[in-house]
Design a protein around this ligand. Structure first.
Ligand code: ZN
Length: 175
């Protein structure tokens, strides 16, 4: 049985500008709030909007109504017609996502020809599959599944580490 060695493609190594970062900020859903003096006729409370607050101003006795629009068509209608009877305030939620620290480098592995120990067929290393199987008692996982005969751990592979690849890169540069 041959042990395959897959090297990192040196040209593919890139420094990760966010190395070490553990937080991502993702855009969440947008909430469309409105404020008006009089609820327009096409605003139906509980159907395409929710009135959250209605208050009478102490000074001039005018009324101010605030709420949230829940219907996208109504929002489009207001934006497209540049309606003056309503004031829109779009609020976009920002979601904080924590994850493991990002790696210092991004890279791809070279594509080499592998040979399955079960069916003896050859295939590209990028075509190797991973699979998990539950037999009712145990879960089996393999990241070396033959694309032809589906046998698990179909060949032995050593992957070059990023440290080894960086060392190779250094030698190339200093030569
Ligand atoms: Zn095979």
């Amino acid at each position: 049985m041959k042990k395959h060695f897959i090297k990192i493609d040196l040209k593919s190594i890139n420094k990760n500008p966010n190395a070490g970062s553990e937080i991502d900020y993702l855009p969440g859903k947008t909430e469309c709030r409105f404020s008006t003096k009089k609820l327009p006729d096409d605003f139906i409370d509980g159907e395409n909007c929710y009135v959250v607050r209605e208050e009478t101003m102490i000074g001039d006795g005018s009324i101010r109504i605030e709420g949230i629009i829940t219907d996208k068509e109504l929002i489009d209608n207001i934006l497209q017609n540049k309606r003056k009877d309503i004031e829109l305030i779009m609020k976009r939620e920002i979601i904080e996502v924590r994850h493991l620290p990002e790696p210092p480098y991004f890279y791809d592995y070279e594509n080499i020809t592998l040979k399955c120990d079960s069916c003896n067929r050859e295939f590209d290393s990028i075509d190797i599959k991973s699979e998990e199987v539950w037999d009712g008692e145990n879960e089996f996982y393999s990241d070396r599944v033959c694309p032809y005969c589906n046998s698990f751990d179909c060949c032995e592979i050593d992957y070059e580490t990023i440290e080894e690849a960086l060392k190779r890169l250094e030698l190339l540069v200093t030569k």
